[in-house]
Design a protein around this ligand. Structure first.
Ligand SMILES: Nc1nc2c(c(=O)[nH]1)N[C@H]1C(S)=C(S)[C@@H](COP(=O)(O)OP(=O)(O)OC[C@H]3O[C@@H](n4cnc5c(=O)[nH]c(N)nc54)[C@H](O)[C@@H]3O)O[C@H]1N2
Ligand SMILES: Nc1nc2c(c(=O)[nH]1)N[C@H]1C(S)=C(S)[C@@H](COP(=O)(O)OP(=O)(O)OC[C@H]3O[C@@H](n4cnc5c(=O)[nH]c(N)nc54)[C@H](O)[C@@H]3O)O[C@H]1N2
Ligand code: SF4
Ligand SMILES: [Mo]
Length: 685
């Protein structure tokens, strides 16, 4: 049995889907969390945390936390439930699973999860093993960074950027399509340190936001046009002799082909005049940016996720990821780029998830961005949907379709969460989940290079169970092999850390982590750029044969967004400062800070439409509609709209999710989402 400290300050790790993965200090008084602050000893996050997680005590002890399993007693969508015991809940799930498997096959069951909790065991451990053994349909978890990761990997071989700790030496930061101040605050701290030593910070975005105000320079671009901007920069680098030829020769393949696409030699496709037309950035700004980039060293590009939620998102990241190779920046401490860094701390997924347990390896895979279609249009319907670590009734695109599917009478939906989310409204059975403070888990980061161990410091709230325990108990009740499922968290962490496949994890063991709390993957090793990269050629690929084989342009290129111009505005719908996706959106203090979902519009557009600041408007297209409060100014280009935040439904105001407007269409690579590539019209209410 665990014993929990009733009072005192204990270490923890932030479990939310945020690159920073902070070390936390949790203050306990009489068994209650009274404060959460940053762990000052953490080597990267150094005692600072965001305001969201300072409100963690309110989340953990929230009066609306789910404490028992509940069964639906009213029609779907009405939030009428009655509490039941775990035995009854398990019997119902297993009874339904067995019937569905017998009548329709195991692939009629679909898990739906993402990273509401980033703990490895609870996000991609026991759950994955259970669903593989069951033979359920597989879920392609593509909602976040699939297109960009793929695009970046074509150049670099994986999510391999520079160590963020090195960015204190950087002299030029390009913060490109990343709302850094809100979404990766510790990179802001490191950049601020570099700025004290003379670094310049340039922000490139479709929206003048908190990050633009913090940066030294801001470049406003048209959504979906960044590949053209990157090619325009390449054009100038080549034209002006700013390419590091020695680096290119030693570390890259395909420079000649890339140069032919971008260069000054006829037919020149991306001269500044053309790029200016495509991006909305004045020619002089493009010249200035390219010259600054070509002449400053070390320079670092922080590539954001916003860029790749577009039809052409994979290619945008692919294009940008070629820039630091042209300028030889990877050879300089503090130089290079980063989209994500999960390659360094990659754990032994095979040992953990056991895909080999799948009875039929060719079982169908459903793309999570197309949940709407999966629930309404499949020839072989999904009969059971099992949701955990995610809130698809808010976060998935094309909500009209998603909710139509969730309302099906012949669909049995189980939702495991800490709260009665909008997805729970459609569930037949709701199960209570523990918070991460109640679990033992292993945490990586997709930004810094440290692995951390989070220990339970509170007993489970009410009858809540962790994802690990839920799927372990389900497996045992299904009669699955005890040697695979009747194991402890500690055993599973040891399996995950088995470093055969990743030498950078050498020496990182359960014992060492227990003692030291955090350990750096590949501590003290040479950057992979200095040796072999995991690309087919072992070098940075400016020309990619793999892309050619996949039917893509092997060199970076620009393709316009896909949606027909039936509606006048391009709308991007990113996350906001005070929530993490839809997490925290039910907490009063944070709601108060965010006030209400707004729509940023250029004042010229508002004037043409006769709309005024602060007015509630209807935003709509063929897929659906949303009501948003207008915020006028010059923060976006004419013809562009921005709204932030994934808000829960509000019955009072009639608020519905902004994802009613977004398409299920997939991006150019990796099956990624296209949340930011949608056209809408705005109507006075
Ligand atoms: N506060 C907070 N932090 C978070 C999250 C959160 O919800 N709230 N979510 C977490 C998660 S899951 C993720 S994936 C990351 C996401 O964090 P980021 O990587 O910062 O990505 P986004 O905020 O989606 O978009 C970044 C910026 O891209 C801009 N943008 C959109 N389209 C384009 C374009 O075509 N070109 C250019 N240049 N810019 C464009 C948007 O205006 C936005 O400012 O943040 C994580 N951290
Ligand atoms: N329009 C638009 N849509 C977007 C985005 C956007 O920018 N614009 N961003 C997209 C991106 S980048 C992402 S990553 C996705 C995120 O989408 P989701 O991963 O669905 O993120 P959340 O909305 O935070 O929902 C996570 C849920 O997990 C629950 N949870 C937390 N811990 C646990 C646990 O231990 N066990 C269980 N069972 N549940 C737990 C939380 O309470 C919460 O309800 O959204 C995507 N959707
Ligand atoms: S949400 Fe991000 S910045 Fe905030 S505490 Fe967690 S890891 Fe740190
Ligand atoms: Mo994400």
């Amino acid at each position: 049995m665990n014993s929990f400290p009733a009072t005192g300050v204990v270490r923890s790790v932030c479990p939310f889907d945020c690159p920073d993965t902070c070390g936390l200090h949790v203050t306990l008084e009489n068994g209650k969390v009274t404060a959460v602050t940053g762990d000052p000893d953490h080597p990267v996050t150094r005692g600072a945390i965001c305001n969201k997680v300072r409100q963690l005590p309110d989340r953990v002890h929230h009066p609306e936390r789910l404490l028992t399993p509940m069964r639906r007693v009213g029609p779907k969508g009405t939030l009428r439930f009655e509490p039941i015991g775990w035995d009854e809940a398990y019997n119902e799930i297993i009874g339904n699973m067995k019937t569905i498997i017998r009548e329709h096959g195991a692939d009629a069951i679909l898990p739906y999860s993402f990273y509401g909790n980033m703990g490895i065991l609870n996000a991609e451990g026991m759950d994955r093993r259970f669903f593989h053994r069951l033979g359920a349909s597989r879920l392609a978890r593509t909602i976040c960074n699939a297109a960009g990761s793929k695009g970046y990997s074509y150049t670099m071989g994986g999510s391999i950027g520079i160590d963020p700790e090195e960015t204190v030496h950087t002299k030029l930061f390009l913060i490109w399509g990343c709302n850094l101040v809100s979404t990766n605050m510790h990179q802001t701290m490191l950049a601020t340190e570099a700025r004290k030593n003379g670094a310049r910070i340039v922000h490139i975005d479709v929206h003048r936001n908190r990050t633009s105000s913090w940066a030294d320079d801001f470049i406003l671009v048209r959504p979906g046009s960044d590949a053209a901007l990157a090619l325009g920069i390449m054009h100038i680098l080549i034209r002006d002799g700013l390419v590091d030829e020695a680096f290119v020769k030693e570390h890259t393949v395909g420079y000649e082909e890339l140069a032919a696409e971008a260069s000054v030699y006829p037919p020149s496709v991306y001269p500044p005049s053309v790029v200016s037309e495509l991006t909305g950035v004045p020619e002089s700004k493009i010249e200035e940016l390219a010259s600054l980039y070509g002449r400053t060293t070390p320079s670092f590009i922080r590539i954001g996720n916003g860029l790749q939620h577009h039809d052409n998102g994979g290619m945008v990241i692919r294009a940008i990821s070629c820039l630091p190779a042209l300028t030889g920046q990877w050879a300089v401490v503090g130089g290079g780029a980063m989209k994500g860094n999960s390659w360094y701390s990659r754990i032994n997924h095979r040992a953990l998830e056991r895909p080999d347990l799948l009875p039929d390896r060719s079982v169908r895979t459903i793309n999570m961005n197309q949940l709407g279609e999966a629930l309404t249009e499949l020839e072989k319907p999904v009969r059971m949907l099992f949701v955990y670590n995610s809130n698809p009734a808010v976060v998935a695109p094309d909500q009209t379709k998603v909710r139509e599917g969730l309302l099906r009478d012949d669909l049995y939906t189980v939702t495991h969460d800490l709260f009665l989310t909008d997805t729970c409204k459609f569930a037949d059975l709701v199960l209570p989940a523990t918070s991460h403070l109640e679990n033992l888990d292993l945490y990586g980061s997709y930004w810094h290079l440290y692995l951390q161990l989070g220990k339970p410091i509170l007993p489970p709230a009410g009858e809540s169970k962790s994802n690990f325990t839920l799927f372990k108990e389900l497996a045992l009740r299904m009669g699955f092999e005890p040697e695979l499922f009747d194991i402890t968290e500690e055993q599973m962490i040891r399996e995950a850390l088995d470093s055969k496949l990743n030498p950078l994890l050498e020496g990182i063991t359960f014992e060492a982590l227990s003692e030291r709390h955090w350990m750096k993957a590949g501590d003290g090793r040479r950057h992979p750029i200095q040796g072999e990269l995991p690309t087919p050629s072992g070098k940075i690929e400016l020309y990619s044969k793999s892309m050619q084989r996949a039917g893509l342009s092997p060199v970076p290129t620009f393709t316009p967004l896909a949606e027909p111009e039936t509606y006048p505005f391009l709308l991007t719908t990113g996350p906001n400062h005070s929530y993490i996706n839809s997490t925290f959106a039910n907490q009063a203090k944070l709601q108060k800070l965010e006030k209400t979902p707004t729509l940023h519009m250029h004042e010229e557009d508002a004037e043409k439409l006769g709309l005024s600041d602060g007015e509630l408007v209807l935003v709509r297209n063929d897929r659906g509609e949303a009501r948003l409060t207008l915020k006028l100014g010059m923060d976006v280009l004419p013809g562009v709209l921005v709204t932030q935040g994934l808000w829960w439904d509000d019955e009072g105001t009639g608020r519905s999710p902004v994802n009613a407007l977004t398409p299920q269409r997939l991006s150019d690579m990796g099956g990624g989402a296209t949340f930011f590539s949608n056209r809408v019209e705005v109507v006075k209410l």
